[in-house]
Write a protein that binds this ligand. Structure first.
Ligand SMILES: [Cu+2]
Length: 263
């Protein structure tokens, strides 16, 4: 029985490692430098924690065998070993802090660093159950909004009609178009509950929070049509919050904007 237990622990460990190695090639494509940095950060963490996992499970199985019940064996009280315990805690602490420091750069590029003046700014507001995607229009200024003006068909973002900055604003549902190779800043918010704005090809997943505008930045490097999903179970129609990220050449993006403004 004891042998079976130890063997099962080792077998489950081996299968888990094999499944992870096998899954490595199944990630969606990464279309930005930031996405590739997030992937390597992820792999780095996975390798370190993977080695610790294999060592811990290996030892667990070995201890089960070594200290199994045998004829004549007597229970023994173990005092513990302060040096080993403190040493272990210090090593784990160093690994944790080290991983956090290594991730700082990626985090700063996504959330903290200021974007260049010519970046494309897009405001994204989740609601049950759609993504309102607003471009500032030719003046580069978003108009003021008021929640009491929300009107699903005529004014989904509640733009104040007599604010000149808002008159050229463009609101699109569920399609985020961006030009290729240009910095984009998203400002994420929500009208009602928590939603999760998720673009797998950019490795970006950010909760949208009512009352907050959360900035994040990226540069998409490959044109194409990619998926956007809501990653937060936000109600019965959650599955309908599917959108598309369309990465276009600059002229194509400009004419797309003109087309949307005309509608
Ligand atoms: Cu949602």
């Amino acid at each position: 029985m004891v042998f079976l237990l130890a063997m099962s622990i080792w077998l489950v460990t081996a299968i888990s490692v094999w499944l992870l190695i096998d899954a490595k090639g199944q990630m969606p494509v990464a279309i930005s430098d930031l996405a590739r940095s997030i992937d390597s950060q992820f792999m780095f963490t996975l390798v370190i924690t993977g080695v610790v996992f294999v060592l811990a499970q290996g030892l667990l199985g070995w201890f089960i065998l070594k200290y199994r019940d045998r004829p004549g064996a007597r229970a023994r009280f173990v005092e513990g070993n302060t040096t080993v315990e403190i040493g272990g805690a210090v090593v784990i602490g160093i690994i944790f802090v080290g991983l956090a420091v290594a991730a700082q750069n990626v985090w700063a590029r996504l959330h903290l660093n200021e974007g260049p003046a010519d970046q494309v700014v897009v405001e994204i507001t989740g609601e049950q159950f759609a993504w309102n995607i607003r471009y500032p229009g030719p003046d580069g200024q978003f108009g003021r909004t008021l929640p009491e003006l929300y009107d699903a068909t005529n004014n989904p973002m509640g733009i104040v009609p007599d604010d000149p900055a808002g008159q050229d604003d463009i609101v699109v549902l569920n399609t985020l178009a961006v030009p290729v190779n240009r910095p984009v800043e998203l400002r994420l918010g929500s009208k009602d509950v928590l939603h999760g704005f998720f673009m797998p090809v950019l490795r970006i997943k950010q909760d949208t929070v009512p009352g907050m505008r959360i900035p994040l930045r990226f540069v998409a490097e490959e044109t194409g049509n990619y998926e956007i999903a809501c990653a937060e179970l936000c109600g019965l129609g959650h599955y309908r919050m599917r959108g598309f990220l369309q990465v276009m050449e600059e002229p194509e993006f400009r004419s797309w904007l003109v087309e949307q403004a005309a509608q």
